[in-house]
Design a protein. Structure first.
Ligand SMILES: NC(=O)c1ccc[n+]([C@@H]2O[C@H](COP(=O)([O-])OP(=O)(O)OC[C@H]3O[C@@H](n4cnc5c(N)ncnc54)[C@H](OP(=O)(O)O)[C@@H]3O)[C@@H](O)[C@H]2O)c1
Ligand SMILES: [Zn+2]
Ligand SMILES: [Zn+2]
Length: 334
């Protein structure tokens, strides 16, 4: 059994420390990646805070991985050995339920997450099913590409899945790891783009990320009927009447931030305006491949601050207080 080095915690909120762990050899259709880089997503914080007991195996987060294939399970094409690849939040699905068969694998009841119940990417190595380990196209910087595999594909889903027209006006609430990619993608998609922020000091950066306009979140009630699509990456309770009021007829509020409190929405504006509310979890391998190609073609890349893996506690502390422009990437070796 391979021994790996991994950064994890066993009690909620505790600092991460280095652990030696053993994992099973790659099974049929699985690959082992040597982790070169791994982004730090806001969802990792929730996972780290779920650690419960010193007697449990450490929680090892990290699901925006760029790595090299170093071992293959049975049935994997030998040509994949040595490939430079990316891996996101999902590491495998059943492949034979109705959702897998129709290419909607994120809905598979038996999906395996890269970080739930197993060590994720803040480690020397990570294991995943070959369908979810995607070759990086030429033209993407491996040090910056990791966040495309979670943040990037998550915000691409509203454009792709919502079949958003290039004539649409798209607004993005929250310009963090997800939001700064949503702005770039929506601009390259051809849309009119507005960045909606709580941080007035991000204004110039938001414009340079592709937004045509910047709007302060607290002044959203002045934007009645403005947007065809609002991609909400914030996980905070908002003035939901103002958010819904800012949708144009036929508009959609696409919720991506994991807001822990219920979202109270009045029905009448939805009925009157033919509005919709959508939400989604990451996206499929097919959409991830499209995203990687789209980003390579349009020179879209995450703005990252790269730190060595042993500075992961600094990155976590700074992400918790919003002190990041716009994504931390931890560089191996762990
Ligand atoms: N659905 C999915 O599949 C999926 C995938 C990945 C992540 N997520 C979730 O998406 C959310 C965002 O993740 P992230 O990695 O982008 O986080 P992040 O980098 O921390 O960005 C979150 C942004 O929220 C905004 N914000 C901060 N305080 C706020 C407040 N009081 N009110 C409103 N907005 C505020 C900030 O943008 P401004 O400074 O511009 O206001 C901040 O940059 C998290 O809940 C994460 O768990 C979901
Ligand atoms: Zn994530
Ligand atoms: Zn399935």
């Amino acid at each position: 059994m391979p021994t790996i080095t991994a950064w994890g915690n066993t009690e909620a909120g505790a600092a991460l420390s280095r652990h030696m762990l053993t994992i099973a050899e790659p099974g049929p259709d699985e690959l082992l990646l040597e982790v070169l880089y791994c982004g730090l997503c806001h969802s990792d914080l929730g996972h780290i805070d779920e650690a419960r007991s010193a007697t449990d195996p450490p929680v090892v987060a990290g699901h925006e991985i760029v790595g090299r294939v170093v071992a293959l399970g049975q049935g994997v094409d030998p040509a994949r050995l040595g490939q430079l690849c990316g891996l996101g939040f999902i590491a495998g699905t059943c492949r034979h339920c109705r959702y897998c068969l129709s290419g909607r694998q994120t809905l598979c009841a038996n999906f395996e997450s890269t970080i739930l119940g197993r060590p994720g990417g803040f480690a020397s190595h990570v294991k995943a099913h070959q369908d979810w380990v995607l070759p990086l196209p030429d033209g993407l910087d491996p040090a910056a590409a990791g966040p495309l595999l979670c943040a990037g594909v998550t915000v691409f889903e509203p454009l792709l899945g919502g079949a958003i027209s290039p004539t649409a006006h798209v607004a993005v609430i929250g310009v963090g790891g997800l939001g700064h990619l949503a702005l770039q993608l929506a601009r390259a998609w051809g849309c009119e783009v507005t960045g909606i922020t709580t941080s007035a000091n991000k204004r110039d950066e938001i414009l340079s990320l592709g937004a045509h306009q910047v709007q302060l979140l607290g002044e959203l009630d002045q934007q009645q009927g403005a947007y065809d699509l609002i991609i909400n990456t914030s996980n905070h309770a908002l003035d939901w009447d103002a958010v819904v009021g800012a949708l144009a007829p036929d508009g959609c509020l696409h919720q991506l931030g994991l807001c822990p409190t219920p979202i109270p929405l009045r029905v009448f504006p939805f009925v009157k305006g033919n509005l919709s509310f959508r939400a989604s979890l990451t996206s499929t391998p097919a959409n991830s491949i499209k995203l990687l190609e789209f980003c390579a073609r349009h020179q879209i890349q995450p703005l990252v601050e790269v730190l060595p893996m042993d500075q992961i506690n600094t990155a976590i502390a700074r992400l918790r207080r919003g002190d990041v422009r716009y994504r931390f990437v931890l560089q191996g070796p762990a």
